[in-house]
Design a protein around this ligand. Sequence first.
Ligand SMILES: NC(=O)c1ccc[n+]([C@@H]2O[C@H](COP(=O)([O-])OP(=O)(O)OC[C@H]3O[C@@H](n4cnc5c(N)ncnc54)[C@H](O)[C@@H]3O)[C@@H](O)[C@H]2O)c1
Length: 326
Amino acid sequence: MNFNNKTILITGGGGFIGTSIARNLVAKGLKVRLFDLDFTNHTLFFNKQGNFPEVEKVRGSILDSNALCNAVSGCDYVVHLAAMLGVKKTELKRVRCLDINILGTINVLEACLKEKVEKILFTSSSEIYGETDGTPIKEDFPQNPVSIYAITKLAGEEYIKAYAKRYGLKYSIIRLFNVYGPAQVAEFVIPRFVKRVLNNKSPIIYGDGSQIRAFCFIEDAVKGISAALLNSNSNNQIFNIGNNKEPILMKNLANKIIEIAGKKLEPEFIPMSKSDRDSSREIKRRIPCIDKASNLLNYQPQISLEQGVRIIMQAGEIPESWVESL
Ligand SMILES: NC(=O)c1ccc[n+]([C@@H]2O[C@H](COP(=O)([O-])OP(=O)(O)OC[C@H]3O[C@@H](n4cnc5c(N)ncnc54)[C@H](O)[C@@H]3O)[C@@H](O)[C@H]2O)c1
């Protein structure tokens, strides 16, 4: 399909996932505009002068309706990623989280209507499922959010579906499962473990390390997101995007990272009560079922956990071949 005439606005486009999606869409020949509060945190694709030459950058907040409408003006699609996330931040700043993630999403929807946008893609989260009766988790599993962040994501989904029904705006909703990659902030578990291990420090595990997660490398997640935006099979659908191939216990993840780095370290366990996490919001098992994305979008994650961790360990020297592959 030829998308050369399409223009896409990415809210949160200066972030970890946003910059990688921008790279992917630019490579497909689309015109991309980024909207974010800040463009200094994720500079992987920026040149030495601090620019990402192929994209237009607009600084602003999704809480500022005028700035948002100006940025959305002339765009065919909106990829809405801007959000407050991270366990610590969203639990400490609960009202602010609600403002940015719910009110901000409504502002984005209103801007889409005003500027006659064709389609919106919204990144929701596996957190909306809460603890499930079984795994792998399918899109039609019951939703039991236990955190403010998860509630805001579920509310965002509902607003998008309601606007689509009422005003005919097309959408795709993506529920992301534990995306990791180079330049992700060290609050997230893989970069946190890698950083400590490379500094010859033990990775710290909260609780007994029996939590299970399935991690998805950024390059795979971006391909799924991009397909969900551009593939016509994706309209008005919800997809899990993650990597179901290597579910792993947190304590085994720590040992695997130690082994890949070739260090002689042991993980350190600290009680959940002494961590920045609340055990009542900690989900035990989280593994996605990605059959729907694989059937409708031909989505197949490729990068193994070991490959992904090795790419992160080369931080600062990201291979050109990897950037090209996005
Ligand atoms: N990384 C994951 O594993 C994961 C999992 C589930 C869902 N998600 C969702 O994917 C999206 C992108 O996540 P990410 O990992 O790239 O996070 P990120 O923090 O790197 O990116 C979010 C971006 O949003 C911007 N932002 C925050 N508030 C804003 C505002 N008021 N106005 C404009 N921009 C604002 C931030 O500056 C940041 O650049 C988020 O919606 C997140 O909830 C991510």
